[in-house]
Design a protein around this ligand. Structure first.
Ligand code: G
Ligand code: G
Ligand code: NA
Ligand code: MN
Length: 254
């Protein structure tokens, strides 16, 4: 069986699951968000990370169906947690460049939002800076449409996609996610810290919220608080967890 055919079977057999990595708000130390990361429960190989199959989903066009499922599942999970009185979370879902380029993508999102009036407040879509830079005009239009539907937009892997400052000011987005390569440098040298600090200041002056990804050490977390970064995500807090683990570790009835 080719990987493509295995993936078709995986869709039919509902073998995909979402794991959730918490995002910590640094103003009040509360987890109010998570990034959904897809996994494949492979019948023989166990839990497969997305790096091993997302490229094949993209080459085969299956990414549209699986990506749509991921958004719907993240929204459903978020509402389940709300209904259970576990607080108001927002779950971020990654969007592949192929999805964003697809004409049907916006109407897919619209249909998912129509399932429940609370869905828009439960969702964020993460789009990488390099995706945006590969097709700026179209992306600006799509991001604007998404935000008009009430969905938040985050610019992922920021700093690696070479957007110019003039474009950044024009992007319809809510959040900048500073790429983890910069976070890894911030406790290594004054220059590393200066770069992250400047991005935080830049984001805030453009009215964007700012999150550091790939935070691995307490020292990085301390510095992020010092420079008033809004949120952090990374192994220092938690790796991505199954819904059950996420719920028991980070959600409290209240
Ligand atoms: O193998 P690793 O876990 O590092 O791979 C993460 C990559 O997979 C990231 O680039 C992330 O954006 C992508 N990814 C994870 N979940 C999803 C998803 O639900 N949809 C899409 N389109 N990409 C995803
Ligand atoms: O930005 P992107 O969507 O590619 O990021 C998601 C990926 O980053 C996932 O594969 C996740 O497991 C990984 N990741 C999350 N936190 C950390 C961390 O603290 N350090 C490293 N090296 N990787 C992380
Ligand atoms: Na992401
Ligand atoms: Mn990222």
């Amino acid at each position: 069986l080719t990987l493509e055919n295995q993936l078709r079977l995986a869709i039919d057999n509902q073998e995909f699951v979402l794991h959730y990595q918490p995002k910590l708000n640094l103003r009040d130390d509360v987890v109010r968000g998570a990034e959904a990361l897809i996994r494949w429960r492979h019948p023989d190989s166990g839990l497969m990370p997305p790096g091993q199959f997302i490229p094949v989903l993209e080459e085969t066009g299956l990414i549209h169906e699986v990506g749509r499922w991921a958004v719907r599942e993240a929204a459903r999970q978020c509402l389940r947690w709300r209904d259970a009185g576990l607080g108001e979370m927002r779950i971020a879902v990654n969007v592949s460049p192929l999805q964003l380029r697809d004409r049907a993508f916006l109407s897919d999102i619209e249909q998912i939002l129509a399932l429940d009036p609370r869905t828009a407040d439960s969702l964020e879509l993460e789009i990488t800076e390099s995706t945006i830079m590969s097709d700026i005009a179209h992306c600006i239009e799509s991001l604007r449409a998404l935000r008009n539907m009430g969905v938040r937009v985050a610019i992922d892997d920021f700093g690696t996609g070479f957007s110019s400052l003039s474009y950044l000011a024009r992007l319809p987005a809510d959040t900048l996610k500073i790429d983890r390569s910069f976070i890894a440098e911030m406790d290594q040298s004054p220059a590393g810290l200066a770069i992250v600090s400047s991005v935080v200041t830049l984001a805030q002056s453009l009215n964007l919220s700012v999150i550091a990804e790939g935070v691995e050490t307490e020292e990085q977390a301390r510095l992020l608080r010092l420079i008033r970064c809004d949120e952090l995500q990374g192994f220092v807090l938690s790796e991505p967890l199954s819904a059950e683990e996420f719920e028991s570790r980070f959600l409290v009835p209240g």
